[in-house]
Design a binder for this molecule. Structure first.
Ligand code: FAD
Length: 379
């Protein structure tokens, strides 16, 4: 939402996509949609591994600027793992390339393009991005497992995330399993993309065995197809809610394994008890060896007052429990003051000074982050 101090720039026409098959890089204009990058890569015989639910909506610059992530994160990483370089124009420079396509690693020395990941328009205008591509997978393994309770689901996800992480891994709590998939939960959904069908059968067998060892029941693979289909039907679902005078918002936290169940349970309890909230569905979807992202979908009366209370309660609870206030939806205006509390003061000031050095004329001071930075830098 632009304020009077904002610069509004449309990058919608920066849509060129060029696939360098030999370096396995997609060079794209800032306004290219993720779906367009994925389709162009497939046409060139390669695979783009970043698949957010906003596949058809998000632009290359948008996903980079909000520190995005996608369905295959446990196996192929977040946006920081697929961005090779960023082309940007700031008030202190002409067009510059941060990062490089010379080395598969993306940087020689400090990885300057990392400064722009999650910067939310606070440093300059991104005009192009280089993304890493992969060869197309040749095999796939899917396992859907119903666990006796959330704690068992978290335990098995933790185990799988150590050495043989699936490319897609999700835990859906009881409410989300029932409402979105009409299947009793909690559910653990795992999918591997592989280079040979031999790996697929070994991995499927191993995860199915683990499911039973953790007291679970292996369900039909078809549930995973249904899950993927439903994932991209959000427009219809949202319209149904709006017609009923309701609204939905999503809260993306991140917690170590040791706090995941506690955070999940306490937050669901607290948010459900807010007047005007009708349902709180939860899943965990982005995993690391040490923890993961917890994602709550809150459905309630379409009232700013209700959602103001929901966000305040969620952020207060995250700070109280010591879990991160955001994972892949960015910080924006709403979470900035909370997120700042979770960064070290010195770290935040350093970030502000670096952004100031990139944009010395402060053209991008209208972004929430820069406004807060100016307050901090000017004391
Ligand atoms: C239904 C739904 C599902 C979603 N699912 C996911 C998901 O699975 N994973 C995920 O990570 N995110 C998800 N998101 C979030 C969404 O992907 C991000 O908000 C997305 O990056 C927005 O892209 P956009 O092109 O619309 O950017 P905008 O909303 O236009 O901008 C987002 C931010 O990027 C900055 N920005 C945009 N373009 C530029 C530029 N050229 N230069 C500098 N700064 C720029 C803007 O200033 C702003 O701060 C979802 C959102 C929705 C609505």
């Amino acid at each position: 939402m632009p304020s009077r101090e904002c610069v509004v720039v449309s990058v919608a026409r920066l849509k060129e996509v060029s696939i360098d098959v030999s370096r396995m890089i997609a060079h794209v204009g800032a306004g290219t949609r993720i779906s367009e990058i994925a389709n162009a890569s497939l046409k060139a015989g390669l695979y783009f591994p970043l698949l957010p639910q906003s596949f058809e909506l998000a632009s290359a610059a948008g996903i980079v600027s909000t520190l995005g992530s996608g369905l295959l994160q446990p196996g192929t990483g977040n946006v920081e793992d697929v961005v090779q370089y960023i082309d940007i124009v700031t008030s202190g420079t002409e067009l510059i390339r941060l990062g490089t396509d010379v080395t598969p690693r993306g940087c020689i020395g400090p990885c300057l393009h990392y400064l722009i990941l999650g910067a939310e328009g606070s440093a300059g205008v991104i005009v192009g991005v280089g993304f890493r591509l992969r060869m197309k997978p040749r095999g796939e393994a899917r396992v859907a497992c119903r666990l006796p309770n959330l704690s068992k689901a978290i335990e098995i996800a933790r185990e799988l995330s150590q050495w043989n992480s699936p490319h897609m891994l999700r835990i859906l709590d009881e409410d989300e399993s029932t409402i979105t998939l009409s299947t009793e939960g909690p559910l653990l959904l795992a999918m591997y993309l592989t280079s040979t069908t031999y790996f697929s059968s070994v991995l499927k067998e191993a995860v199915s065995k683990a499911c039973i060892e953790y007291g679970g029941e292996v369900l039909e693979d078809k549930i995973i197809d249904r899950f993927v289909r439903e994932r991209y039907r959000f427009r219809e679902r949202l319209e149904e809610l709006y017609r009923a005078g309701l609204w939905a918002d999503t809260i993306d936290l991140a917690a170590p394994w040791s706090l995941m169940e506690k955070t999940w349970t306490i937050l669901k309890e607290r948010l459900s008890s807010i007047e005007g909230v009708i349902a709180v569905l939860g899943h965990a979807s982005h995993f690391y060896p040490s923890g993961g992202s917890l994602y709550l979908i809150v459905v309630g009366e379409a009232s700013l007052k209700v959602f103001g209370k929901v966000w305040k309660e969620a952020m207060k609870t995250a700070l109280e429990l010591g879990v991160a206030v955001t994972h892949h939806h960015g910080v924006g205006r709403g979470k900035l003051l909370w997120a700042e509390k979770q960064m070290s003061r010195g770290g935040f000031k350093t970030l502000c000074s670096l952004l100031d050095a990139m944009d010395p004329y402060r053209v991008f001071r209208g972004s929430p982050l820069r406004r807060e930075c100016l307050r901090v830098l000017e004391g």
